[in-house]
Design a protein around this ligand. Structure first.
Ligand code: ZN
Length: 426
């Protein structure tokens, strides 16, 4: 099947080209350029649309196997395709934990069967995420795991995280670290600050994240391992990582769209859908995250898509589980809160959502050019709309952005030359 996209603005990390055509043949990009004349099975009018290389989410929870009342691999990948994603990394905190070759294969194969989005499993660092024994990294890599994480939990034991770094380095892979001192978090459920006090809710101090980030930077410096810091949310974490990068360390990091789009003012009405971990911080943290994105300290925007059922979230902010969904709002939140306010441009957005995450995983992709896989998202970057619950394709609806005005909408997603999402047809 051949597909010809006409008159689109191509946004790559290194270049923006207006009024260009894209010819897709056999799942690959055959050609890009002006006025391509070719017979195609389907012609898409790209007038007014921007084409980005397919987004790659480094951090998502698909809840499958084990928690499929929240989300499953089919509903999750469908929602991801609607968000412009062509590949997503899923975290191992499933049931069973993704600490075995069988579970890793199950995730890959189920996603492959559904066909919406490629799933790249992140296997657990420790067996059962118990923090006591390392998993078989080599076998898990062989099975298709792309990195290692105990996300949802920190690797608390110093000896364990050091051993994991040594092993990751030896095998040429990296650790994705959820940085949290559980003792410092204590009973906290939202950011520790005046808003938590006003709402009468127990807070989580910035230090809970920063202490562990600082520790792991020291150990990574000692071992020479590549570490990737998950969901950076505080000014202090951004500074620690900026300094580490300045020393030439192999450290990368991500932030979530909510950390540059919102603050802990959102928890004043005790909305359980504004509860995630790490929590929404203060305006100065939000600005530091924006600055980190602008200057390259923050490498990647990752959703931390964390679906929960309405029933689970309905028990009040204190008891409700941490997490919000993110696939279907990441692009719009980035357009609305980063591009439209002048913090980054379209090239930066292509870098943060596609080029960098692809490079991190050493994948061929992240660029719209001849010879690359035909993975892309066609977007109307100027479309303004109110985000509604009815539009959500994920099984879960736990997001604080319902009812908010957003700008930027994915209209079509193409993966390996096949249309995986088409808003017109939806
Ligand atoms: Zn986490």
């Amino acid at each position: 099947m051949t597909l010809l996209i006409k008159n689109v603005t191509i946004c790559n990390a290194d270049n923006v080209e207006e009024d260009a055509d894209i010819l897709i043949e056999g799942g690959m990009i055959g050609k890009t350029g002006k006025n391509i004349q070719a017979g195609a099975d389907r012609v898409v009018d790209g007038q007014g649309l921007h084409a980005f290389p397919g987004f790659l989410d480094l951090h998502a929870h698909l809840r499958d196997p084990g928690f499929t009342h929240k989300e499953d691999i089919v509903s999750g990948t469908k929602a991801a395709a609607a968000g412009g994603y062509t590949a997503i990394c899923c975290m191992p905190n499933t049931k069973p934990v993704a600490d075995s070759v069988e579970t890793v294969r199950y995730m890959i194969e189920k996603a492959h069967g559904a066909g919406f989005c490629e799933v790249l499993p992140v296997a657990s660092i420790t067996k059962g995420m118990q923090g006591r024994e390392l998993t078989d990294f080599a076998a898990l890599l062989d099975a298709g795991a792309v990195a290692f994480s105990d996300d949802g939990l920190p690797v608390t034991e110093d000896g364990m995280v050091l051993a994991a770094m040594e092993k990751a380095k030896k095998l040429g892979t990296f650790l994705m670290l959820h940085e949290e001192d559980l003792a410092l978090r204590g009973e906290g459920v939202v950011h520790e600050g005046s808003n938590a006090k006003q709402a009468g809710i127990c807070g989580i101090p910035r230090a809970a994240e920063e202490c562990m980030t600082a520790r792991d930077i020291m150990y990574a410096e000692k071992t020479g391992a590549h570490i990737h810091i998950c969901h950076v949310s505080t000014e202090g974490s951004v500074q620690l990582i900026r300094r580490a990068k300045g020393r030439g360390m192999r450290i990368t990091c991500e932030t979530g769209p909510h950390y540059f789009s919102a603050t802990d003012a959102m928890i004043l009405d005790k909305n359980p859908n504004a509860k995630m971990n790490p929590p929404l911080r203060e305006e100065r943290d939000r600005q530091a995250v924006c600055q980190g994105i602008a200057d390259g300290t923050i490498d990647v925007i990752a959703t931390d898509h964390a679906p929960h059922s309405s029933k689970e979230k309905a028990i009040g902010i204190e008891k409700a589980p941490f997490g919000i969904i993110g696939f279907e709002t990441a692009f719009a939140l980035a357009v609305t809160n980063l591009v439209d306010v002048g913090i980054i441009d379209w090239k930066d957005l292509a870098r943060l959502l596609s080029e960098r995450p692809n490079a991190l995983l050493k994948r061929k992709g992240g660029k719209i050019a001849a010879g690359m896989p035909a993975d892309m998202a066609l977007c109307n970057v100027h479309e303004k709309y109110i985000y509604s619950e009815g539009s959500i394709l994920s099984k879960a609806k736990n997001t604080p952005f319902i009812g908010k005005e957003l700008c930027g909408r994915v209209t079509m997603t193409i993966r390996e030359g096949k249309v995986t999402y088409d808003r017109q047809a939806d």
